[in-house]
Design a protein around this ligand. Structure first.
Ligand SMILES: *Cc1c(COP(=O)(O)O)cnc(C)c1O
Length: 470
């Protein structure tokens, strides 16, 4: 078959993110033409299930009439005006909705901070970048730390801008850009399946359920704070993804971890930054935010990916009145938060977000059903020797591939086990991307039981085909 002209154009002119372009130029890329619900079609008319919600951003399905109408309605008035010096209707309404959603009456105690202010930006990296800058300045201005430093988790990814990369701990990036980065500290993440303190043998079940340990990972956090204190300093903020570390490999936290860790941070007067770019807005939680599942209210809440329902690039960083007040003063004091983007508070994005949050409010039973279907259908994978761990948080399910489940021996990165399985999935009409050896399944909330069945049957067959020795 001749290469599609749009595939040719792409290969001639574009440079794709996180992609070895030499490999990209070898094949013929899928060119997506349209979508509806959990389904996508390419220019050749082939049909796919969007099993990773277009890199974890789509919540309610593609081409949703309510989100479409909201964007179209706003488009008929004005698409964008600057938030530098101007207010606008959808951004203000969205601010109210986000503050309401982030401060539920149940599950969060009075003593915990209230998220009262919303700072908009464009993507997850900038949402984190804003939180870092604010927390840094807040710590300095309130005398909590003279040279504020951040603590975050091993393997964490919080975005690609320089601050977000600094605050993350991916060796590959730190090697490449070390000269550009500032120093941050890291502490072990609660990765039960590969925990050096977990004495449980591998079993055919989520490693969190069979773990034999004493929460040594929490002790490690405590020790980090103690060490910092001994040196006469304190962390400006602890940056974590509540519930599940997504880009680190869908590392789902054991129940109770976040609550304990948040208490340690609060006890030291350290701000808690919750990166809920992936987990938030109902994705990897029972409530709307994974923090709240653990009864934790952070000082900063970073949202992006699913904010607009996955339709437009928009992000928000929520924070407290206390942080806001630290930036108040006479103009001449120069206490202003000197940060912002051209598209801050974009009207189309705000309108889409309002519609998406409206849908989210009535999606509870749909989300519950999807989570249950994912749980049920994934069980069939336990019969495969290359499935080491299956872990789930809300509507996110991850399958960690290993050479043999009895040894937990990982595939080498160069073997591209995850990539091969995903290629096999695409051939079977299911689209997703792996994180290393971890296959990510997180379709939109509207995905039907039939579609979930199809995803896991394709995954089962693809693992068998791609990883079994001939
Ligand atoms: C995707 C992601 C980011 C970065 O968001 P972008 O919109 O890609 O910049 C940050 N943190 C987490 C947890 C993410 O999943």
């Amino acid at each position: 078959m001749k290469k599609h002209p749009l595939a040719k154009l792409d290969q001639r002119h574009l440079w794709h993110p996180f992609t070895q372009m030499r490999d990209w130029l070898k094949g013929e890329p899928l060119v997506i033409e349209r979508g509806k619900g959990a389904q996508l079609w390419d220019v050749r008319g082939r049909e796919y299930i969007d099993a990773n919600s277009s890199i974890w951003s789509n919540l309610h399905g593609h081409n949703h009439p309510k989100i479409n109408a909201a964007i179209q309605g706003q488009l008929g008035r004005v698409a964008h005006t600057s938030a530098l010096g101007l207010a606008n209707e959808p951004a203000s309404l969205l601010g109210r909705e986000l503050v309401r959603l982030a401060n539920p009456r149940a599950g969060v105690t009075q003593q915990q901070p209230r998220l009262a202010k919303v700072f908009y930006s464009d993507n997850g990296s900038t949402a984190v970048e804003v939180a870092l800058k604010l927390a840094y300045e807040f710590a300095r201005r309130t005398g909590r730390a003279r040279k504020p430093r951040f603590l975050s988790l091993d393997g964490a990814y919080h975005g690609d801008t320089v601050g977000a990369v600094s605050a993350g701990h991916i060796d590959l990036f730190h090697k490449a850009y070390s000269g550009m980065l500032f120093k941050t500290d890291k502490v072990m993440s609660p990765y039960c399946y590969r925990c050096p303190f977990n004495k449980a043998k591998p079993e055919r079940g989520d490693a969190r359920d069979t773990r034999k340990c004493n929460f040594e990972c929490v002790d490690k956090v405590e020790q980090r704070f103690a060490t910092r204190k001994k040196r006469g300093s304190n962390y400006a903020a602890l940056l974590v993804e509540p519930g599940m570390q997504g880009p680190a490999g869908m590392i789902a936290q054991p129940k109770g971890w976040l609550g304990r860790v948040a208490q340690i941070a609060q006890g030291h007067g350290t701000q808690l930054i919750a990166d809920e770019v992936m987990t938030g807005l109902g994705r990897a939680a029972c409530r709307h935010f994974a923090s709240h599942d653990e009864g934790v209210q952070p000082d900063f809440l970073c949202l992006a990916k699913g904010l607009t329902g996955g339709y437009l690039p928009m992000a928000a960083t929520l924070t407290t009145q206390e942080v806001f007040d630290a930036f108040l003063g006479d103009y001449s004091e120069l206490k202003t938060f000197f940060h912002g983007h051209s598209y801050t508070g974009n009207q189309l994005g705000s309108a889409a977000s309002l519609a998406s949050i409206g849908l989210l409010k009535t999606a509870a039973s749909r989300r519950k059903k999807l989570a249950a279907n994912l749980h049920t259908e994934a069980k069939r994978l336990w019969s495969l020797s290359q499935v080491g761990d299956i872990r789930q948080a809300g509507c996110v399910l991850a399958v960690e591939l290993v050479r043999d489940w009895r040894t937990r021996e990982p595939f080498k990165l160069a073997e591209q086990a995850g990539i091969r399985v995903c290629d096999g999935l695409a051939k079977r009409g299911v689209l997703t991307r792996s994180v290393g050896n971890v296959i990510v399944i997180m379709p939109p909330f509207c995905t039907t039981q039939q579609q979930v069945k199809k995803i896991f049957s394709a995954l089962h067959n693809s693992i068998e085909e791609s990883l079994n020795k001939p």
